[in-house]
Design a protein around this ligand. Structure first.
Ligand code: KG4
Ligand code: ZN
Length: 341
């Protein structure tokens, strides 16, 4: 069976075509249209502009993906679309397009939880990842740690009280003067500093250790003070500051993972979401967790439609869904998901 996945929850329009093939689905084609150039002028995502961009790009991407795979709409067995969480206007564009498309072509439609799709995305890269595992989801809007018992059965272990890890990277990057999108730029400067053998003179406090959940807002204040105190703003000092920030964010995430590992006795750890592309986080986790750590492919860390299509395929096979019930959900905690029957 062929399934088309659609993702429009934030600032990336993405479409992917998957073929069911044994235990692992096969990606036949995928496209992502990033909106970075639209939002960089404003230093962050402007929801109304993001919705309009999705409206413009989505039909083009669907045509491109079908054309690339030489597939016509009549070959599709189902469509999966991100139902939430995300920006309401953006979700509505994807859902309404998907409803029209599936109604016109008489194809079933499946609604998918974006965070659940991130959380399960390391399984696409590592077929040997077995349940149960600990899942750290670190994106621009979410930072949470779950115990994953099976698809649809998640026990929340920690969630951020304020900013998400990606947000912490982005806000720190802004304070340090990196242009939007700041997170990956800050990380690149920090990596360059570290790999050149640099050690930072700057110090940040250890935040929220021993408490429930994650918190990055205290760190943000400390970073703002640290930047203010730094006497120079040249690129060498900026890289040194970036290194200090990256180490502090990575330390916070690792501390929680180790604590959860100890408490639960579960050794497998899967990391997903935009921040899972961070090389320092990957390196440190591999050091402290050992061989039992799993990540998505780099191109599937950020928002993409392959993860949406893959989870859609799984849910469609086990549950089947009617398109009438699919409405946009700006908030949708994954501990409220139903296990697959
Ligand atoms: O998962 P994602 O594409 O979108 C959301 O669902 O939020 O994550 C985007 C986030 C942004 O905050 C971005 O700065 C961060 O992931 N990010 C990174 C890196 N690449 C992306 N943060 C740190 N290091 C990176 N290499
Ligand atoms: Zn995401």
């Amino acid at each position: 069976m062929l399934l088309l996945g659609i993702e429009t929850s934030c600032d990336e329009t993405a479409v992917a075509l998957l073929e069911e093939a044994g235990s692992q689905p096969r990606v036949l084609a995928e496209e992502v249209a990033s909106q970075t150039n639209v939002h960089e002028l404003y230093g962050g995502v402007v929801p109304e502009l993001a919705s309009r961009e999705h409206l413009r790009s989505l039909p083009i991407l669907v045509d491109q993906v079908l054309h690339k795979a030489a597939v016509s709409t009549s070959d599709l067995g189902a469509v999966a679309v991100t139902q939430g969480p995300g920006l309401l206007g953006c979700l509505l564009v994807g859902i309404n397009f998907a409803k029209g498309f599936t109604l016109a072509n008489q194809i079933p439609l499946v609604g998918v939880n974006h965070i659940e799709a991130h959380l399960l995305s390391p399984r696409l890269a590592c077929a040997q990842l077995e349940f149960p595992f600990l899942a750290l989801v670190v994106s621009g809007g979410h930072t949470e740690l779950h115990l994953v018992k099976e698809v649809g059965r998640y026990e929340l272990l920690a969630r951020t009280h304020d900013d998400a890890a990606g947000e912490a990277f982005d806000k720190s990057a802004h304070l340090l003067g990196f242009e939007y999108p700041g997170g990956p730029r800050l990380a690149a400067a920090a990596d360059e500093f570290r790999l050149a053998g640099g050690s930072s003179r700057f110090k940040l406090p250890k935040v929220m250790q021993g408490s429930e959940g994650f918190s990055f807002s205290g760190l943000k204040t400390a970073i703002a003070l640290m930047v203010k105190r730094a006497t120079s703003a040249d690129s060498a000092v900026r890289a040194e500051l970036a290194h200090t920030v990256q180490e502090a964010i990575v330390d916070t995430l690792i501390g929680k993972v180790l604590e959860a590992k100890k408490r639960s006795g579960v050794t497998r750890v899967a990391v997903s979401g935009g921040v899972s592309a961070n090389r320092r986080l990957r390196e440190r986790l591999a050091q402290v967790v050992g061989g039992d750590v799993y990540f998505p492919d780099f191109k599937h860390c950020m928002d993409n439609a392959v993860m949406i299509a893959a989870l859609g395929l799984e849910r469609f096979r086990k549950c089947g869904v009617s398109s009438v019930e699919i409405c946009a959900r700006s908030r949708w905690p994954i501990e409220s998901m139903e296990p697959l029957a």
